[in-house]
Design a protein around this ligand. Structure first.
Ligand code: CA
Length: 219
């Protein structure tokens, strides 16, 4: 099931989009301000974001700029007032994949969402593999030695980070910034805690401690 993040501060529009997308089989999460939109998007737990430009805290342009600066590849469809389409297109500078002038019919938005997800799907592998470990990015489940393993959101994000850098040593700071985003406490031992969780679920020998440097995923 595709997961969609909606960043929209107008409850009426947010509810309209949420209801429609849920009815069409999408898993939907709604946030109502710019900083939350950025934080949620950076978790890596969404396949697409519908992003309003006029958001409190940080506007949609700023959210998009920050996401692209962090190389977040998630497709983004921007919602904008019909009379400011020109400004919006100029302001996006290629950061958004599509935009939707308000007011819109739900079917128009749905068609764009489906199109973006289909394009995205052909471009990206849906299963990451290393050694005996497989991670399905759609179902967010791991498979180890023929066994299916359910992962929490953080465990999934950490496993994905390891699988995108197989055999490479990742420092605690790298893992913190990939899995917990920019807003982390560098003194935190949360990485070690989650490495313990993953060893328990995926096999103790799979994640190797490299003393003084960090952790490495072995086959
Ligand atoms: Ca708004």
């Amino acid at each position: 099931m595709s997961r969609i993040l909606i960043a929209e501060d107008e409850p009426r529009i947010a509810a309209f989009v949420e209801k429609g997308l849920s009815a069409n089989g999408f898993a939907v999460t709604v946030v109502g301000d710019g900083p939350s939109a950025y934080d949620y998007a950076m978790t890596g737990g969404f396949d697409l974001m519908v992003l309003d430009i006029g958001l409190p805290g940080m506007d949609g342009f700023a959210v998009l700029r920050k996401l692209r600066a962090e190389r977040c590849p998630m497709p983004v469809i921007v919602l904008t007032a019909r009379d400011s389409v020109q400004d919006t297109v100029a302001g996006l500078e290629g950061g958004a994949d599509d935009y939707m002038p308000k007011p819109f019919r739900f079917e128009e938005l749905l068609a764009r969402v489906r199109l973006r997800l289909a394009t995205d799907r052909t471009a990206e592998p849906t299963v990451l593999t290393h050694g005996g470990l497989q991670l399905d990015l759609r179902t967010r489940r791991a498979r180890v030695g023929g066994r299916t393993v359910d992962l929490s959101a953080r465990e999934f994000a950490m496993t994905e980070t390891f699988l995108r850098h197989p055999g490479q040593v990742l420092s605690r700071e790298q893992l913190l910034s990939h899995v917990w985003g920019y807003d982390f406490d560098p003194g935190s031992n949360v990485v070690d805690v989650y490495v313990r969780y993953l060893r328990r679920k995926l096999g103790a020998e799979r994640i190797v401690t490299v003393r003084g440097m960090g952790y490495r995923l072995d086959g």
